[in-house]
Design a binder for this molecule. Structure first.
Ligand SMILES: [Zn+2]
Length: 125
């Protein structure tokens, strides 16, 4: 079983128009749009945090290729931070399965998107 979702650090706030009964992209950010996405990411990755807080990432897209790494993330927000660039706008499509995450990350250095995988590292018994 897997769950798909899409996240971005750009504002996704919407305004409700009572006259037309529609939602449209807001001109102002209410400041909680990223928190909502983190909450959603938390819900779909809970089972992975039950396995480990150490993670292996392969294929993070950078300007001249990809990088791999191992890192610690205690919370879904830390994991999201580790999977995305620090000072750039990004959009990421994730597919969360029973044993890991496959993500397509779009950012300045990867406008076409780069595919990476993130899996929890099982503790040695
Ligand atoms: Zn916003």
């Amino acid at each position: 079983m897997s769950v798909e979702a899409e996240y971005t650090n750009s504002c996704v706030c919407e305004d409700y128009n009572e006259d037309t009964d529609t939602w449209s992209v807001s001109e102002t950010c209410y400041g909680d749009c990223y928190d909502c996405q983190v909450e959603d990411f938390t819900n779909i990755t809970e089972h992975l945090f039950a396995m480990s807080s150490n993670w292996k990432l392969t294929g993070f897209p950078v300007w001249n290729g990809t990088v791999d790494g191992i890192f610690t993330a205690e919370t879904p927000k830390q994991l999201l931070d580790a999977m995305t660039p620090d000072r750039a706008d990004w959009t990421m499509k994730v597919t969360v399965s029973d044993d890991g995450i496959v993500a397509i990350l779009y950012h300045h250095d990867a406008p076409m998107g780069g595919k990476m995988t993130v899996t929890p590292i099982m503790e040695e018994a």
